[in-house]
Ligand binder design. Structure first.
Ligand SMILES: Cc1cc2nc3c(=O)[nH]c(=O)nc-3n(C[C@H](O)[C@H](O)[C@H](O)COP(=O)(O)OP(=O)(O)OC[C@H]3O[C@@H](n4cnc5c(N)ncnc54)[C@H](O)[C@@H]3O)c2cc1C
Length: 404
């Protein structure tokens, strides 16, 4: 029996996680990534509650993630005069275990690079259904046919644009933008993350070590324009302008922005597609149900990869597998997306009154009486899923699909 051959677009989190699962089930996998190399930027990403833990254990990722875990720390919310107002417990931002996105990208890639055919610096330019196969054209590589194509190429998915339609139909912008980049620890060795908010703007510094940190800049604003997407220099200039005049360590953060090699900027948006699949093409991760910030995009991408691969291995028929994957994932993903809708206004309420309200509310919620309730609350959406067991034997020899 020929091994079914799956083409995945995108080597972020969802793509390599799916490659890992599919390879174990006996599929042949090719991953095409537009960037010339792995994109290792981004804030720390976290996993929380028993569902995340179970999926990571089943994929043998729990131990390596722990080995690279960051030191989870509380987050101190500062008022416009840089005075501490509220201390959020570590679990809110860091869950049970937290790892820099770049470290996770590398772990997933290292785990799959031997078995999976990775093609960097290329992308899909055409997708056409041909009976039981999909004919694909590439910007650089030769055309080829695959059994299935999966779009795991992020919020602005190329596969989604080619097969489902323009992103303006699916992307719901929530009125804010975020920017993140690595910088020296401008908090002078402090361990706790700190966020300064003024109406409509927030600057956070998240130490990753005594020497290093990651900056998180959030401000009220519309979606990025195509010109901004193309011109990193223009983005840096506009961020400088937007955050000019803020006190505290913000001038040092903006100096570091000029030198940032790994700037990541996007609008805070959620993705809403009518269906996660069409024919032999399906969407996974941010491409299907992304949320930018606060929507647990990374853990959702891994749970989604596990379910999608399991269903494909179990069903044999891709239509049935895609339908079951969607029926399981959609309610879970929709629940998690609620966090993304609230993220901008949590970090940077638009008015002074909003800022006061946030600080007062979170002051109460994180006080000694309610902190247990608060910790349950921040894990709620993540735990609202029953992880399926797949009665499919893992196939370490990758000879064929084997169901029991
Ligand atoms: C560099 C970077 C930094 C990030 N930082 C943060 C952060 O700080 N906070 C946060 O909440 N989320 C961040 N994200 C998003 C976060 O990674 C996702 O929400 C989540 O992990 C789900 O992952 P994903 O694989 O679906 O999407 P992503 O991690 O976005 O990965 C998508 C991959 O697809 C690739 N791609 C895009 N277009 C094409 C194309 N045409 N052809 C082939 N490949 C393509 C991208 O280069 C990328 O490698 C970041 C994403 C990236 C790429």
């Amino acid at each position: 029996m020929n091994r079914p051959h799956v083409l995945i677009s995108g080597a972020g989190i969802a793509g390599p996680a799916l490659a890992l699962c599919l390879d174990r089930f006996g599929f042949a996998v090719t991953v095409v990534e537009r960037a010339p190399a792995l994109r290792e930027g981004g804030q720390a990403v976290d996993f929380r509650g028993p569902v995340h833990r179970a999926v990571l254990e089943r994929l043998d990722l729990w131990a390596p993630i722990h080995a690279h875990r960051t030191r989870a720390s509380a987050i101190v919310l500062l008022d416009p005069a840089a005075r501490p107002r509220v201390t959020l417990p570590a679990v809110m931002a860091s869950g049970d275990v937290e790892i820099l996105r770049g470290d996770l990208v590398r772990i997933l890639y290292e785990r799959t690079r031997q078995a999976v055919d990775y093609r960097f610096g290329d992308q899909i330019t055409g997708i056409e259904a041909r009976g039981d196969a999909v004919a694909v054209e590439f910007e650089r590589g030769a055309p080829a046919t695959f059994d299935l194509v999966i779009g795991a190429d992020g919020l602005h998915s190329n596969v989604r644009a080619l097969v489902f339609g323009d992103e303006s139909r699916f992307l719901r912008h929530h009125g804010y933008r975020i920017a993140t980049f690595a910088l020296p620890n401008v908090l002078d060795g402090a361990r706790e993350a700190q966020i300064l908010s003024v109406p409509g703007r927030a600057v956070g510094v998240f130490p990753t070590s005594p020497e290093g940190a990651r900056a998180l800049l959030i401000h009220a604003g519309g979606p990025l324009t195509r010109a901004e997407r193309r011109d990193g220099g223009e983005l840096k200039r506009s961020l400088r302008q937007t955050f000019a005049g803020m006190s505290w360590v913000v001038p040092r953060v903006l100096d570091a922005l000029d030198r940032a090699p790994d700037l990541y900027v996007d609008g805070i948006a959620t993705v809403h597609v009518e269906s996660y699949s069409r024919g032999r093409v399906a969407l996974l991760g941010d491409a299907a149900y992304g949320g930018t910030l606060g929507g647990q995009g990374t853990s959702l991408a891994i749970v989604g990869a596990y379910v999608l691969a399991g269903e494909l291995a179990r069903a044999g028929d891709p239509g049935a597998a895609f339908a079951r994957y969607e029926s399981m994932l959609r309610p879970y993903a929709t629940g998690c997306q609620a966090g993304a809708r609230r993220a901008g206004s949590f970090f940077a309420p638009r008015t002074g009154a909003g800022l006061w309200l946030r600080n007062t509310l979170y002051g109460v919620l994180t006080g000694p009486r309610l902190v247990g309730f608060f910790e349950r609350l921040v894990k709620d959406a993540a735990t609202d899923f029953v992880l399926p067991e797949y009665a499919v034997r893992w196939a370490p020899g990758r000879q064929a699909l084997v169901s029991s």
